[in-house]
Design a binder for this molecule. Structure first.
Ligand code: TRP
Length: 469
C-alpha cells in the first residue's frame, strides 16, 4: 500500500483522539459486512477448531455441547453486545472509551481500568496464542511434506513432541505468526485488517465445508453427529460448567479488548442487535461444524475423541496419514487453522496499537513494532514452558499455564462481570437503548445483562475458587 494512505490513516486516528474531536474521522469499517467479517474473524480461532473439539471430547460430547450453547446464548452473546456497545459509543481505544462513558454516566473515571484490563489481556493472550498458532502454521508444511503418510502413532507423537520441545523451532514459527499479524495491523483498518479478513474468512469457510464433505464420505458422519448431539449428562464432570463458560468467553473473544476496539470503528447507523447475533451465531456454527469435520475422521480411524490438546496435532495427523488424499486434506486443515488463528491474533494486537496511536500519537508502524517486540519477549516464556523451562512452575503451573489461568480464570470473568454491571446498571437506559435499539431484543438483552449474566458469572467464579460447592 502507499505511504500516503498509511499516514493518512495514522493522522485520522490521532486527530480524533484529541478531546472532543469529531468522531467521523477515526478509522472506520467500510461496511457492516466488513465489521462482521472482522469480528467473526476475531471470534473464530484456535478456540473453535483446536480447543472446542478437544474439550467436547474430554467432557463426553453432547451434554457438554448443550451446556456450551446455553453459556453462549445466555451469557456470551449479551456480553458481546455489551462490549461492542461500549466501544461503539465510546469511539476510542478501550481505556478512553470506558473513561468517556463513565463521564457520561457521572461515575468515576477509574472505570477506565476496565478498558486497560482488556488491552492487557489481549497483549498477554497473544503472547501465548501465537505459540500454538505457530505450531499450526508449521504443520501446513509438515502435512504437505507427506511426513504423516503411514506414520505410526509413536512417529506422529514424536514429531509433535520434537516441535514443542524445540525452543528454537517454536520461537521461529511464533515469530512468523507475529510478523504476519503485525504487518496486517500496520497497514491499517482498510488496507490491512479488511483485506486480510476478506481473504481469510471466506477461505476458512470454504475449506471447512470441503472438510465436512470429506467427513461425510468416511461413512462415520452419523457417529460424529451422535457424539456431539446426543446428550449423556452422566458424562459431565464437576468442572464442565466452568470449562463451558470459560470457553464461551474465549471463543467470543470477550474481555480481551478486541471486540471493544472493533466496535469503536463501527458506524452509528448499523443495528447492533442483528450484527452481534450474526457474529455470535457464526462463531458457534463454525465450532460445531469443526467438530462435525473432526470427529468422524477420528472415529473412522478408530481413534479416541478425548485425546486432549493433542487431538488436532497428534490424533488428526494420524488419521491424515491413513486416509485417501490425506496429504491434501491435512494441508487444507492446517491452512484453515492458520487463517482462523491469524484473524484472531489481529484482534488481540489491535487494542494496544489503537491506544498507542491515539494517546501517544504514534504511527501505526511504530505502535505495531513496539507492541510486537513486547509480545515477542513475553512469548519466549510460553515457548520455554514446553521445553527448557518445563520444570519451573508456580503452584504447579508452567509459565504458559499461569498466563492462561490468570487471564481465562480471573481477569476475563471479572472483566465480564464489570462490563455487565457497567452496561446494565451504570449506563442509563436511554444510552444503551440508543445503541441496541430494537424493542424486544433490547428488553431481553437488558434483563440478561442485569440479572442473569452477573449472577451466573459470580456463581461459577465462586465455585471455581472453592467458596461454593
Ligand atoms: N476467540 C479467539 C479464539 O477462539 C481467541 C481470541 C481472539 C480472544 N481475541 C480474543 C480470546 C480476545 C479472548 C479475548 O481462538
Amino acid at each position: 500500500m502507499s505511504n500516503k494512505s498509511l499516514s493518512a490513516d495514522a493522522v485520522s486516528c490521532f486527530e480524533d483522539s484529541q478531546v472532543n474531536a469529531p468522531v467521523g474521522r477515526r478509522g472506520h469499517w467500510s461496511s457492516r459486512l466488513m465489521f462482521i467479517l472482522a469480528a467473526t474473524g476475531s471470534a473464530v480461532g484456535l478456540g473453535n477448531i483446536w480447543k472446542f473439539p478437544y474439550i467436547t471430547g474430554e467432557n463426553g460430547g453432547g451434554a457438554f455441547v448443550l451446556l456450551y450453547l446455553g453459556c453462549i446464548a445466555l451469557i456470551g452473546i449479551p456480553l458481546l453486545m455489551a462490549e461492542i456497545l461500549i466501544g461503539r459509543r465510546g469511539k476510542h481505544s478501550p481505556p478512553d472509551s470506558m473513561k468517556a462513558l463513565a463521564q457520561e454516566a457521572g461515575v468515576s473515571s477509574r472505570w477506565k481500568l476496565l478498558g486497560w484490563a482488556g488491552v492487557i489481556t489481549g497483549f498477554v493472550l497473544l503472547s501465548f496464542y501465537l505459540v500454538v498458532a505457530g505450531w499450526a502454521v508449521s504443520y501446513i508444511f509438515t502435512a504437505g511434506s507427506g511426513a504423516f503418510n503411514d506414520a505410526s502413532s509413536d512417529d506422529i507423537g514424536g514429531m509433535f513432541g520434537a516441535l514443542v520441545g524445540d525452543p528454537v523451532a517454536s520461537t521461529v514459527w511464533g515469530t512468523v505468526v507475529l510478523a504476519i499479524t503485525a504487518t496486517i495491523i500496520i497497514k491499517g483498518i482498510r488496507q490491512g485488517l479488511e483485506r486480510a479478513v476478506s481473504i481469510m474468512m471466506p477461505g476458512l469457510f470454504v475449506i471447512l465445508l470441503i472438510l465436512v464433505g470429506y467427513s461425510v464420505s468416511t461413512g462415520y458422519f452419523g457417529r460424529g453427529v451422535e457424539f456431539m448431539f446426543n446428550p449423556d449428562f452422566s458424562k459431565l464432570t464437576g468442572t464442565s460448567v466452568l470449562v463451558a463458560l470459560g470457553h464461551a468467553f474465549f471463543s467470543l473473544s470477550l474481555a480481551g479488548g478486541g471486540m471493544m476496539t472493533y466496535g469503536s470503528y463501527l458506524s452509528k447507523d448499523v443495528s447492533l442487535g442483528k450484527t452481534v447475533m450474526t457474529v455470535g451465531l457464526l462463531d458457534t456454527v463454525v465450532a460445531l461444524i469443526a467438530g462435525l469435520a473432526i470427529f468422524p475422521i477420528v472415529f473412522s480411524n478408530g481413534l479416541e475423541p478425548g485425546a486432549g490438546p493433542g487431538l488436532i496435532f497428534v490424533t488428526l495427523p494420524l488419521a491424515f496419514g491413513q486416509m485417501p488424499f490425506g496429504q491434501i486434506v491435512g494441508v487444507l486443515f492446517f491452512v484453515m487453522l492458520s487463517f482462523a488463528a491469524l484473524t484472531s491474533a489481529i484482534s488481540l494486537l489491535e487494542p494496544a496499537v489503537s491506544w498507542l496511536t491515539e494517546k501517544r500519537g504514534m504511527t501505526r508502524f511504530k505502535a505495531g513494532v513496539l507492541t510486537s517486540v513486547g509480545i515477542w519477549v513475553l512469548s519466549l516464556g510460553s515457548v520455554f514452558s514446553f521445553n527448557i523451562w518445563q520444570n519451573y512452575t508456580l503452584f504447579g503451573k508452567t509459565f504458559f499455564d499461569t498466563l492462561d489461568y490468570l487471564t481465562s480464570g480471573w481477569i476475563m470473568p471479572l472483566s465480564g462481570l464489570a462490563m455487565a454491571v457497567f452496561t446494565g446498571w451504570i449506563m442509563t437506559r436511554s444510552a444503551t437503548y440508543e445503541e441496541v435499539g430494537d424493542g424486544w431484543g433490547y428488553r431481553i438483552w437488558r434483563f440478561l445483562i442485569r440479572y442473569i449474566v452477573p449472577v451466573a458469572i459470580l456463581a461459577i467464579f465462586f465455585h471455581a475458587i472453592g467458596v461454593l460447592d
